[in-house]
Design a protein around this ligand. Structure first.
Ligand code: COA
Length: 156
C-alpha cells in the first residue's frame, strides 16, 4: 500500500475542472446519498448506504469531517469526505474520491479533490493524505494512484 500526500502550504494546483457539476456539502440527513455511490464504486467494501451514515455521521456531527457530493443536475455522481486531524494537521481524504463509472474521465474526480483540499486547507491542515484502496483489485488501485498523481499528489 502507498500513501499519497499533498502539501497544503503551497497554492493548490491549477487543474482543469468540470464546469457542469455542482458540489454541495452533505448534511447528516443526506449521508445516505454518499453511501449509495460507495456501494457502486468501492468493490463491495461498503455493502449498504447505512454503513456510511453510521461511520461518517459522528465525525460530521463533531465538525471533523465534511463530505461533498457532486451533482449533475439532480443526480449525485461523485463524492469525497475530507477529515481533519487537528493534532498532526494532516487531513485525510477518508475513503478517497469516488465517481460513478459512467461519469468518469470528465474531471469530476479532479473537481471533488480540489474542493476537499481547499476545505482541509481552510480548516488549517498543512498536508492532506490518502491511501489508495479498492477491493476490486490492483487495476482499480492503479487507476486511483494515477488519478491522485495527476492532481499533484506525491507518493511517500
Ligand atoms: C479514481 C477516480 C475517482 C477518478 O475520477 P475521474 O472523475 O474519472 O477522474 P478525472 O476525470 O478527474 O481524471 C483526472 C486525471 O486522472 C488520471 N486518471 C483518471 N482515471 C484514470 C485511469 N482510468 N487511468 C489512468 N489515468 C487516469 C488522468 O490523468 C486524468 O486526466 P485525463 O482524463 O485528462 O487524462 C474514479 O476512477 C473512481 O471513482 N474510481 C473508483 C473508486 C476508487 O477506487 N476511488 C479511490 C479510492 S482510494
Amino acid at each position: 500500500m502507498v500513501t499519497i500526500v499533498w502539501d497544503l502550504k503551497k497554492p493548490l494546483p491549477e487543474l482543469r475542472i468540470n464546469e457542469e457539476i455542482v458540489l454541495k456539502p452533505v448534511s447528516r440527513e443526506d449521508l445516505k446519498e454518499v453511501g449509495k455511490i460507495l456501494v457502486v464504486t468501492w468493490g463491495g467494501f461498503i455493502k449498504s448506504p447505512e454503513t456510511t451514515e453510521r461511520y461518517v455521521g459522528p465525525y460530521l456531527s463533531a465538525g471533523l469531517e465534511q463530505p461533498f457530493l457532486a451533482y449533475l443536475g439532480t443526480k449525485p455522481v461523485g463524492c469525497v469526505s475530507p477529515r481533519l486531524d487537528k493534532e498532526s494537521k494532516v487531513g485525510v481524504l477518508d475513503g478517497g474520491v469516488h465517481v460513478l463509472p459512467e461519469h468518469r474521465r470528465k474531471r469530476i474526480g479532479t473537481t471533488l479533490l480540489l474542493m476537499a483540499l481547499q476545505w482541509l486547507k481552510d480548516c488549517g491542515m498543512e498536508r492532506a493524505k490518502v491511501t489508495p484502496f479498492n477491493p476490486e483489485g490492483e487495476e482499480a488501485i492503479q487507476r486511483a494512484i494515477a488519478f491522485y498523481l495527476s492532481t499533484d499528489g506525491r507518493i511517500i
